[in-house]
Design a protein. Structure first.
Length: 231
């Protein structure tokens, strides 16, 4: 069973930038947004020739790529699989079925994304899957406001993607301009494994988060991942 970390937050909150120290030698990125990566020199690090970067927007293409990375021996060196973002997959599926009328469209959309999250939890033991998503503000019947993963359609909201995630961190920028992850919270759906963190926030650094979780779950059986050269 793989480890999964999901990051949700507003656009520009540092979700993709948090990947900056991951080594291309062990990282595979599925770019569902199709916008590339935000740091200097990324095209030389992640590309088709290196077999560690693929643009895929549809649920079928994303799921198939996940299965290849999971089962094909040619990708056994991959230890981190990133999907950036879940929301682009939702929008693409909504676009593909835009002319369909009725309830079934939203039901299919919901299960398509649910299947991706569920499969992310079922991949090989030595793999960490990182799911990136946008955030939305909601209110419950009592008027309580909270932040959660942004979804398309009521059916998908009712399925509650967050229930399939053990480690779900909120990406934000504080008043001093620091980019952070909120890993524990009482006013949004952020959460982490019991005992993993004793603070509410941690630095915006996916490599540190992955190594922290690997050590928590596996100890010496799963050695820490190294930063890419120069970091």
């Amino acid at each position: 069973m793989s480890s999964v970390i999901a990051i949700y937050g507003e656009s520009g909150s540092g979700k993709t930038t948090s990947l900056r120290r991951l080594d291309p030698a062990y990282t595979f990125i599925i770019d569902a947004d199709g916008k590339g990566l935000p740091w200097k020199g990324w095209r030389a690090q992640f590309n088709k020739d290196n077999r560690n970067y693929f643009k895929a927007r549809t649920q079928a293409m994303v799921l198939q790529t996940m299965k290849v990375v999971n089962t094909n021996e040619d990708y056994s060196h991959i230890k981190v699989l990133v999907i950036d973002t879940l929301n682009s997959i939702m929008v693409e599926e909504e676009h593909l079925h835009k002319d369909e009328k009725g309830y079934d469209k939203w039901s299919d959309l919901a299960w398509n994304v649910w299947d991706i999250v569920e499969y992310a939890n079922e991949m090989r033991d030595d793999l960490t899957v990182v799911l990136l998503a946008h955030a939305q503000m909601e209110s419950d019947d009592a008027g309580y406001r909270f932040t959660r993963i942004k979804t398309s359609g009521r059916k998908l909201s009712k399925l509650t993607i967050e229930s399939k995630l053990q480690n779900l961190y909120y990406s934000f920028r504080d008043d001093d301009g620091n980019y952070l992850f909120r890993v524990n919270s009482s006013h949004d759906v952020s959460k982490s494994s019991l005992g993993l963190y004793d603070t509410e926030t941690v630095p915006n650094d996916m490599l540190d988060c992955i190594n922290k979780l690997r050590d928590f779950e596996w100890g010496d059986e799963m050695p820490a991942l190294e930063a890419k050269g120069g970091d």
